[in-house]
Design a protein around this ligand. Structure first.
Ligand SMILES: NC(=O)c1ccc[n+]([C@@H]2O[C@H](COP(=O)([O-])OP(=O)(O)OC[C@H]3O[C@@H](n4cnc5c(N)ncnc54)[C@H](OP(=O)(O)O)[C@@H]3O)[C@@H](O)[C@H]2O)c1
Length: 248
């Protein structure tokens, strides 16, 4: 078996109709994996067939739907080598103004949704082993203003990653996280649209550029492949050096 290969491996990626999840789906497909990707509407997944990706509808907040989708996926493929919990939402509210409903939404999707899919995966794979990759954020490690509820949800993702990793290790299910920094695509793109904001952001990134969508693929392939067979409970930071730097 090739060390870094995901060829013929079955991978399910949530929230992969657009943004970083779409790039992961296309990256895994290109690397030879058999990819199932989820979106929340028929329209959002319509591009997948032509790309050789199986598209399915899934809202991760709906526990019953999660169980059905995961079971159906397994029925078709016989094994689900890897689950990538990518779906997520964000919010930009100063701490003094955050409403309960915002915290509820963030936790429902970013934390509880991820628990739903991971538990379903565990139920199906506990006698076979596998790999779960949770897409967290550098904002699980550090914070920027007006993102408190998002940062809290992503901090929770890292702790849940560690908890699942140690509890499921004997079942040969590895659980790791990837922490992206500031990327061109996806949820940060609206924020980056202003030239001034983009320039300021870039100036905080040691490598001098925002992340490109496929900058996450290598880390994810490593965590999905046998190259990482002794790695669990960890997070890989993919941020062009942002978190390593104290700006003086
Ligand atoms: N972009 C960045 O710079 C960056 C940085 C750090 C971390 N991240 C993380 O990377 C992941 C992907 O983010 P992105 O930037 O690609 O964001 P995005 O473009 O906003 O995409 C988010 C994806 O999550 C899906 N989603 C939202 N709520 C869902 C739910 N309840 N059930 C299922 N799917 C749901 C969305 O589906 P719909 O299309 O239906 O809304 C969409 O496919 C997120 O976990 C995010 O926190 C991103």
């Amino acid at each position: 078996m090739e060390l870094f290969s995901v060829k013929e491996k079955t991978v399910l990626i949530t929230g992969a109709n657009r943004g970083l999840g779409k790039a992961l789906a296309l990256g895994f497909k290109k690397a030879g994996a058999l990819v199932t990707a989820t979106g929340r509407s028929v329209d959002s997944i319509s591009w997948m067939k032509e790309a050789g990706i199986k598209g399915v509808i899934l809202d991760v907040r709906d526990k019953e739907q999660v169980q059905t989708v995961m079971k159906d996926s397994l029925k078709e493929t016989g094994n689900l080598d890897c689950l990538i919990n990518n779906s997520g939402i964000t919010a930009k509210t100063p701490m003094s103004l955050i409403k309960d409903s915002e915290v509820d939404d963030l936790l429902e999707t970013n934390l509880k949704g991820l628990i739903h899919t991971s538990q379903a995966y565990y139920g199906l794979q506990k006698n076979k082993g596998g790999s779960i990759i949770n897409i967290a954020s550098i904002l699980a490690h550090s914070v920027i203003p007006a993102t408190g509820s998002y940062c809290a949800s992503k901090g929770a993702v890292l702790q849940i990653t560690r908890s699942m990793a140690i509890e499921w290790a004997r079942k040969k299910i590895r659980v790791n996280a990837i922490c992206p920094g500031f990327f061109e695509a996806g949820m940060a793109s609206d924020h980056n649209k202003s030239v001034a904001v983009e320039a300021r952001l870039k100036s905080t990134i040691p490598v001098g550029r925002l992340g490109k969508s496929d900058d996450l693929t290598g880390a994810a392939i490593f965590l999905a492949s046998s190259a990482s067979s002794y790695v669990t409970g960890q997070s890989i930071i993919v941020d062009g050096g942002v978190l390593s730097q104290i700006r003086v």
